[in-house]
Design a protein around this ligand. Structure first.
Ligand SMILES: C[S@@+](CC[C@H](N)C(=O)[O-])C[C@H]1O[C@@H](n2cnc3c(N)ncnc32)[C@H](O)[C@@H]1O
Length: 389
């Protein structure tokens, strides 16, 4: 398991906690990789040959699979393993609450909280992805519990796919942009819905002279993000803010980024966030979002598989987001149609520098490849956005 700092253990993981963590991580990998494979084979051999009159789409695959043992077993075990994740990390984090509040050495970044900021109902009304307390719940003054829970749960649930510092999305995409645009040097970078800043910090690593900012509505996550950035000696500025109403001047940023953020927003918020991103970008700036691949670019089966979270994992906006056309979202926000970009980016931490550069220089992989957006060996990250004229 990871701790917040590379320097020392802040979370009091006993031997039993570590054993539970190893079990739940292996269980989750087994469910996603092995049982997922069994379910796909079941669909291909027993179900696919009798398509509905109008052909398969993701929801029809879902309906057809609901009565299959392969799907039921996969779903039951996946939900149990998700529950176990939170049970496993919660107790050691609660034991370590005081240690988590220790001051870390300043790294030149900052933390600015706004206790008056309303937490949107899309965050507060449900335990998102079954995470008890969602992102925002505070269990005392200066509390960081939900930040720690998010990080430790991510470490277990991604079984190494996110890299040793859980920042593979940011590292891979930032390096990809630097390789493709060697003269592009963003001076100010903003990460929307940054949670504990895993992927925010990666931009600082790749563009060290940039001023890097991360915003989120959840105070406990931002406190943890700030402490984590201090401990890892990264100067990042965290502010509690709603991405729908950014408190930054027009044209302030060269890059507005997000990762795994948009699919947790209601449709009307999505439109506001895109318009705000457009507003705070300077001409020539880039908006880039790492996300789930859109349904329209995937086969019916792959789309059904990704939509599982939308049905069974307390992700109420997930399927509606995946149903959107990313080009249209970008155009509606005011970006010129011809300035749309999308990429499928190989994993930096899985391949290492030489193989990664080779993979990037070879043709880009297809969005519909079984690795794109899947928690699996050889994962590739889908991202899309636009340059602002
Ligand atoms: C899935 S997490 C994002 C993960 C993170 N970007 C990463 O790469 O690890 C979604 C985050 O968005 C935040 N959030 C939700 N609605 C928001 C809004 N309107 N403005 C800012 N942050 C928001 C949540 O508090 C949560 O921390």
């Amino acid at each position: 398991m990871l701790n917040r700092t590379a320097a020392g253990p802040l979370i009091d993981f006993k031997r039993d906690d570590k054993a539970r963590g190893a079990f739940v991580s292996a269980l989750r990998r087994h469910v996603l990789e092995d049982l997922g494979g069994v379910m796909q084979a079941d669909f291909a051999s027993r179900v696919a040959a009798q398509p509905p009159a109008e052909g398969w789409n993701a929801e029809q695959v879902h309906q057809a699979m609901r009565s299959r043992q392969s799907f039921r077993f996969y779903s039951a075990l996946r939900t149990c393993s998700q529950d176990l994740l939170y049970q496993t990390v919660r107790a050691p984090i609660e034991r370590s609450r005081a240690a988590l509040m220790q001051e870390a050495p300043d790294a030149g970044g900052s933390l600015l909280l706004d206790p008056q900021l309303p937490v949107p109902r899309s965050v507060s009304a449900i335990d998102i992805h079954l995470m008890p307390g969602s992102y925002h719940t505070e269990y005392g003054a200066d509390d960081q519990t939900m930040g720690a829970v998010y990080e430790q749960r991510l470490a277990l649930s991604t079984f190494g796919v996110f890299g040793p510092n859980l920042d593979d999305i940011g590292q891979s995409i930032a390096r990809f942009m630097r390789l493709h645009h060697p003269r592009w040097r963003p001076k100010r970078i903003l990460d929307l819905g940054c949670t504990v800043g895993h992927n925010t910090g990666a931009w600082k690593d790749v563009f060290p002279s940039a001023e890097v900012h991360g915003i989120d509505v959840a105070a406990p996550c931002l406190r943890y993000a700030h402490a984590r950035a201090c401990a890892q000696q990264r100067a990042v500025h965290y502010r509690q803010m709603n991405a729908e109403t950014l408190a930054y001047a027009d044209g302030h940023f060269d890059l507005v980024f997000s990762s795994m953020f948009l699919h947790e927003l209601p449709r009307r918020s999505l439109a506001r966030v895109f318009r705000e991103a457009h507003r705070v970008l300077r001409p020539g700036g880039l908006m880039l979002h790492m996300e789930l691949p859109p349904a329209m670019q995937l086969s019916a089966y792959e789309s059904f598989h990704l939509d599982w979270d939308g049905h069974y994992n307390n992700e109420p906006f997930y399927r509606a987001f995946r149903a959107c056309d990313p080009r249209q979202l970008v155009a509606e926000a005011g970006f010129a149609t011809g300035r749309y970009v999308q990429h499928v980016v190989p994993s930096w931490s899985a391949l290492g520098p030489t193989a990664w550069r080779r993979a990037v220089r070879a043709n880009e992989a297809s969005v519909d490849s079984p690795q794109t957006g899947r928690l699996a060996r050889g994962v590739r990250w889908f991202c899309f956005g636009a340059w602002r004229d």
